[in-house]
Design a protein. Structure first.
Length: 234
C-alpha cells in the first residue's frame, strides 16, 4: 500500500483498532471472562486490518493473541487468558505509538459512547444508529429479544435505547434480563417510544428503566439525550 493510501486510512484504523482492543480486553477480564469468542473475533479482524495496511508488528501481535484465545477456548487454559490480556495491552501501546508518529489523537482519549438501539422496526433502528454514529457513538441495533440479550452480553453497551413494544417479552422482563446479561457492567436503559412523555415517564418507573426519550421529539433530540446520559455516567 502506498504511503498516501496508508495515511488516508490510518485515522480510521486507529479509532477502530482502539475500540476492538477495548472490547477484547473487556471480554478477557474477570467481569467478561465468559466471552472468549468476542476476543477471538476482535483480534482476528484487527490482525487482518493491520496486515492490509502493512502494519506488520501490530498484525503479528494480534494474530499471536488470537492463538492464545484459541488455547483458552479449546483447553480452558487460564494462563492463555492472561497472555491474551498482556498482548492486548501491548497492542494498545503500539497503537499509541502509531498515533504519535503520525500526529493523530491518542486512541481512547475520548470515551466512546457504545449504544444498543432495540426496536422491531429496522427502519427506526437504522435511522437512530446513523444519527448516533454521526455524533461519534458506536451504535448497533437489535430487532428481537434474543439478539438484544446476546449483544448486551457480548458488546457491553453503556446505553440501551429500548422500544417499549418489543414482541416476545414484557417490557419489565426485557429490562431485567438486559441488566442480567450486562453482569456487573454499568448499563443505562432508556425507553424509546412515540407515546407521550407522561406515559413514558410512568412506564420507566414501572419497569425500572433509567430514563426515557420520545421518538416524536425527533432524531436530534434522541442524540442529545444519549449525550446527557453518557455525561451522567462518567
Amino acid at each position: 500500500m502506498s504511503d498516501d493510501l496508508r495515511a488516508r486510512y490510518l485515522p480510521r484504523f486507529v479509532d477502530t483498532a482502539a475500540r476492538r482492543i477495548t472490547r477484547a480486553l473487556e471480554a478477557v477480564t474477570p467481569a467478561g471472562a465468559g466471552a472468549p469468542l468476542v476476543a477471538r473475533t476482535e483480534l482476528h479482524t484487527l490482525a487482518g486490518e493491520a496486515g492490509i495496511l502493512g502494519l506488520s508488528e501490530l498484525a503479528t501481535v494480534a494474530h499471536n493473541a488470537e492463538n492464545e484465545v484459541r488455547r483458552w477456548i479449546d483447553a480452558g487454559d487460564v494462563g492463555a487468558r492472561a497472555k491474551t490480556a498482556l498482548a492486548l495491552r501491548q497492542l494498545h501501546r503500539l497503537l499509541r505509538q502509531l498515533a504519535d508518529q503520525h500526529g493523530l489523537p491518542a486512541p481512547g482519549a475520548t470515551a466512546t459512547r457504545r449504544v444498543l438501539v432495540v426496536d422491531d422496526s429496522e427502519l427506526v433502528a437504522e435511522q437512530v444508529c446513523d444519527g448516533l454514529r454521526a455524533d461519534g457513538c458506536e451504535a448497533m441495533s437489535a430487532s428481537d429479544v434474543e439478539t438484544t440479550l446476546r449483544l448486551v452480553r457480548e458488546l457491553r453497551p453503556q446505553i440501551v435505547l429500548m422500544d417499549v413494544n418489543m414482541p416476545g417479552l414484557s417490557l419489565a422482563d426485557l429490562c431485567a434480563k438486559a441488566r442480567e446479561a450486562a453482569g456487573p457492567a454499568r448499563i443505562a436503559i432508556c425507553l424509546l417510544s412515540g407515546v407521550s412523555e407522561a406515559e413514558l415517564d410512568a412506564q420507566a418507573k414501572l419497569v425500572g428503566a433509567d430514563t426515557f426519550v420520545s421518538k416524536v421529539a425527533g432524531l436530534p433530540s434522541v442524540v442529545e439525550h444519549v449525550k446527557r446520559i453518557a455525561a451522567e455516567m462518567r
